[in-house]
Design a protein around this ligand. Structure first.
Ligand code: MG
Length: 369
């Protein structure tokens, strides 16, 4: 884990130098930054994701641009993740770059004001010893603001949609297709008699959606070592917080949960999205905003036993969240909370959790290893 973190820090430094130039240029020609960033023709998937997100909330999501001092002596990159908190309240998390474990530059509280959201906040940048007061507004697709205090300057950002490069990945030859958008043939509810185990979740536009209260589902087949591809999206639940916000989960062998949660813009803990539940946190928080499709690619190695049945090695999980490695052979010393149980030496199903929230899934397949 430390190796990966160091690697992230190195790429961070590299990014800063690279972005300073791009950000400065973008600052001068600010309105066209989105098209510069995403290429002149955003893909259909990007357009669709943006529309869906803005239908839920026009302000939440990723913003990207730059800052500059009023005296033009310095400038740099700036990004923000805007979280909708319900009742016209927002939080903006400002950083130098996305997908980092570094402390945010600032947290701003926002309040809706007609067709705009006004933000304010104070921050202390300890590495530079700077105290700043920030005021900002999102209006007409621009997130702009000013800072004052130990330095004076301004910033501007445009909305960006960052989709996982792994969305729509096709199952390779020999893969077991668990869900192709059409039916629940491979699934059932656990602890139900045959004939009474018909899946009560909903099929919606090529996806399956948790119908809260109907119970979790498991695959009819049992598996050992697998490489699993699964796509999911969390619902827009702005009034909810922490474990009540877009909660579900995918369990390997019915025992080891990779958490699903709307923890967009949060710290990235072991009980949040990308966490192996209460075992280890993701190396970075890759959680996408609610309503946006995202995915896991999980390589699971089952526990190993000697001939006397004594455990030789714990199960391990390598997890890519939206194409970024967030766990590297993380060991689980035992089944995680709310596991199906059963003998850990035996294979188990893939298990998708009904945690009371209408999370959606699509394009689920695995390769047995
Ligand atoms: Mg869960």
């Amino acid at each position: 884990m430390s190796t990966e973190t160091e690697k992230n820090d190195k790429s961070y430094n590299f990014m800063i130098n690279g972005w300073r130039i791009i950000a400065f240029v973008s600052f001068l020609i600010f309105p066209s930054f989105l098209s510069l960033c995403a290429g002149s023709q955003p893909s259909e998937a990007v357009i669709e994701a943006k529309k869906t997100m803005e239908r839920a909330d026009p302000f939440m999501g990723d913003w990207q641009g730059g800052w500059e001092l009023d005296n033009q002596a310095d400038s740099g990159s700036l990004v923000s993740q805007v979280i909708a908190l319900g009742k016209g309240q927002y939080r903006a998390v400002l950083s130098n770059e996305f997908d980092t474990r570094r402390e945010p530059i600032a947290l701003l509280n926002g309040r809706r004001d007609g067709e705009s959201v006004k933000f304010e906040g104070k921050t202390f940048l300890s590495d530079q010893g700077l105290e700043l007061e920030i005021q900002a507004v999102i209006k007409e697709d621009e997130f702009s603001g000013k800072f004052k205090g130990d330095e004076f300057g301004s910033f501007g950002m445009s909305k960006v949609i960052r989709l996982s490069p792994k969305l729509g990945a096709r199952p390779p030859e020999g893969a077991v297709v668990l869900f192709n958008g059409k039916n629940f043939n491979e699934w059932k509810h656990p602890n139900k008699k045959e004939g009474e185990d018909k899946v009560k979740w909903e099929l919606v536009d090529g996806a399956m959606r948790v119908k809260p209260g109907t119970g979790s589902i498991i695959t009819k087949k049992q598996f050992g070592d697998v490489k699993l591809h699964i796509e999911f999206r969390t619902p827009f639940m702005p009034d909810k917080r922490s474990q009540g916000r877009g909660n579900s989960g995918v369990y390997l062998q019915g025992r080891y949960e990779v958490q699903i949660l709307d923890s967009y813009g949060l710290e990235g803990l072991d009980n949040e999205c990308g966490g192996i539940y209460k075992v280890d946190r993701p190396q970075v928080n890759m959680c996408a905003p609610p309503t946006q499709w995202q995915n896991y690619d999980i390589t699971f190695r089952a526990p190993r036993f000697d001939s006397a049945g004594k455990i030789i090695s714990n199960p391990t999980l390598t997890v890519f969240h939206n194409g970024v490695k967030v766990h590297n052979k993380t060991e689980a010393r035992g089944p995680t909370t709310a596991s199906l149980g059963g003998k850990v030496s035996e294979p188990g199903p893939i298990y998708l959790q009904d945690h009371g929230n209408p999370v959606e899934f699509r394009n689920i397949w695995l390769v047995e290893l």
